[in-house]
Design a binder for this molecule. Structure first.
Ligand SMILES: Cc1cc2nc3c(=O)[nH]c(=O)nc-3n(C[C@H](O)[C@H](O)[C@H](O)COP(=O)(O)OP(=O)(O)OC[C@H]3O[C@@H](n4cnc5c(N)ncnc54)[C@H](O)[C@@H]3O)c2cc1C
Length: 476
């Protein structure tokens, strides 16, 4: 059994863990990163196959934080490129612009449905002046902002596809932060009286992206960590966290070379918070373990197709609201960066939102590939079976922390317990059980590293702004 010692152990080589390790390394802290998989990047990794490169679902970098914006640019240098964004919704057998544009929606839905939507929207706006209803769930929030008709037409199906539960069971908080910028009133006004420089806040039409895929962020961070003499140990799963009740003393690691214990001065964890507390030795109090077991995640399966033609779509993302098609979203990596596919070829990533163990998750890989090709051919008209050179499936457990009604009660119990350790920092998306995007995840890592270096920051303050950005009913 190897015995080891380090100033800081970081669990997870995704954007959060590696951002922490980067700052610690730049500040000469002896740091070891433990990553259970065989590659860095976590959910934001890029998989390379025969010259094609695939993200786990298209990952667009976006931030409102100037420090993180600069951090991203410094890390990637001239690898960062600007991508024009153009997305569509597929619903009722038609394509709608995304974010919704009234003229396009009118053409697509027909004048009667559009009139109903506008009438309903007007009704809720007037009603709210006199009496605002109680807002508990996502359904309450969206219906109250846009009216029932628009909720049913453009929010309900897709949101339920993403989350796998009824919109009435999802916390309103999530929608409130993510969709606030979209004002139908402004959108309608702009359609009728177009104004230069006026933008619906949801509409971000350009974004930065690493030329060789989103995983380059983590790869660049890892290179820097190693340049400073620190280690990123792949195929190293943290199986237990040893402590004395107030202090983490060591961690047990299962690696390809066998198990060992690593003594630590500080621990920074981006592994799922629910798994962190169940890995505690001695065990966490029963109510904390029970709280951890009650929190759920939504899982993801991606079907990755390599295509023998230079272009399949001209879109960044296509959101499939249509309930009769099981896949939720597709993107074509070449439209993000030409370097994502070999010359003259293209590729498609189809995302299926699911729960581990359900029909989609358990479906045989070939059956999933056949289903995807068939829908892309017969329902969406993008390609023919003969054009698919090869395909593979990726299963991603714990892709989304679920904000089910009442989830804060068990979550706060867990966070209180974790806060009782004086040398433990939790970071990232699953590490904090927060719907963090990459910029948030990186920021939590940076702040946690600064805490370890002697500063004092509340990592959970990251991603607490009332409005993050745009539409976002649609993942990320
Ligand atoms: C489909 C999808 C699309 C998205 N799109 C966007 C987007 O467009 N823009 C955006 O900003 N964000 C997007 N995100 C969010 C983004 O992926 C996350 O914010 C980010 O990857 C989280 O980084 P992290 O380091 O916290 O976690 P992760 O990336 O999950 O990294 C955690 C790492 O910890 C490792 N690990 C876990 N347990 C252990 C253990 N016990 N021992 C050792 N290692 C362990 C895992 O293998 C993993 O590598 C998207 C997410 C999904 C699912």
């Amino acid at each position: 059994m190897t015995r080891n010692i380090t100033d800081v152990a970081v669990i997870g080589a995704g954007p959060a863990g590696l951002s922490a390790a980067f700052i610690l390394s730049e500040n000469q802290k002896n740091t070891v990163v433990l990553e259970m998989s065989s590659q860095v990047g976590g959910i934001s990794r890029t998989i390379e196959r025969d010259g094609f490169r695939f993200d786990i679902g298209g990952h667009r970098f976006f931030t409102k934080d100037e420090e993180i914006d600069q951090f991203f640019k410094d890390i990637l240098g001239d690898e960062a490129i600007w991508v024009n964004r153009s997305s569509k919704i597929f619903y009722l057998g038609k394509y709608f612009d995304y974010p919704l544009k009234p003229a396009n929606a009118l053409m697509g839905m027909g004048i009667i449905t559009t009139a109903k939507c506008l009438g309903d929207y007007g009704y809720v706006k007037v009603r709210n002046i006199f009496k605002k209803p109680e807002i508990i769930s996502l359904q309450d929030w969206v219906s109250n902002e846009f009216g029932d008709q628009l909720f049913k037409l453009f929010f309900k199906n897709y949101t339920e596809k993403v989350w796998g539960i009824d919109c009435s069971q999802i916390e309103a908080e999530w929608a409130a932060q993510r969709i606030k910028g979209l004002s139908l009133r402004v959108a309608v006004k702009d359609a009728i009286f177009p104004q230069k420089n006026r933008k619906v806040a949801t509409l971000i039409d350009k974004f930065l992206y690493p030329r060789l895929g989103i995983g380059r962020i983590s790869e660049r961070l890892a290179e820097d960590v190693e340049k400073h003499g620190n280690e990123v140990r792949l195929r190293s799963r943290v199986a237990a966290i040893n402590h004395d009740g107030a202090h983490i003393t060591s961690i047990d690691v299962e690696s390809a070379d066998g198990p060992y214990t690593l003594e630590v001065e500080n621990l920074c964890s981006s592994m799922p918070l629910t798994e962190l507390v169940t890995a505690m030795k001695p065990e966490a109090p029963a109510e904390v373990v029970e709280a951890a077991r009650s929190l759920r995640y939504r899982d993801l399966v991606t079907v990755n197709l390599m295509i023998d033609k230079p272009e399949v779509t001209d879109q960044t993302w296509i959101y499939i609201h249509e309930p009769t098609i099981k896949l939720g979203r597709i993107h074509e990596p070449r439209n993000w960066s030409p370097d994502m596919a070999p010359e003259g070829k293209s590729s498609i990533v189809a995302e299926y939102f699911c729960f581990e163990g359900d029909e989609i998750w358990d479906m045989d890989d070939q059956a999933l590939i056949d289903l995807t090709i068939s829908d892309l051919d017969k329902r969406l008209g993008f390609l023919k079976k003969e054009e698919v050179i090869d395909a593979f499936v990726v299963r991603v457990p714990k892709a989304y922390p679920m904000y089910e009604l009442g989830y804060e009660i068990p979550l706060n119990k867990i966070r209180d317990y974790v806060a009782g350790f004086d040398n433990l920092e939790i970071v990232g998306r699953y590490g904090t059980y927060k719907y963090n995007n990459m910029d948030h995840s990186m920021k939590t890592g940076i702040l946690a590293a600064r805490n370890i270096l002697g500063e004092s920051h509340d990592v959970l303050d990251v991603n607490a702004e009332k409005e993050y950005h745009e539409e976002k009913l649609l993942d990320k």
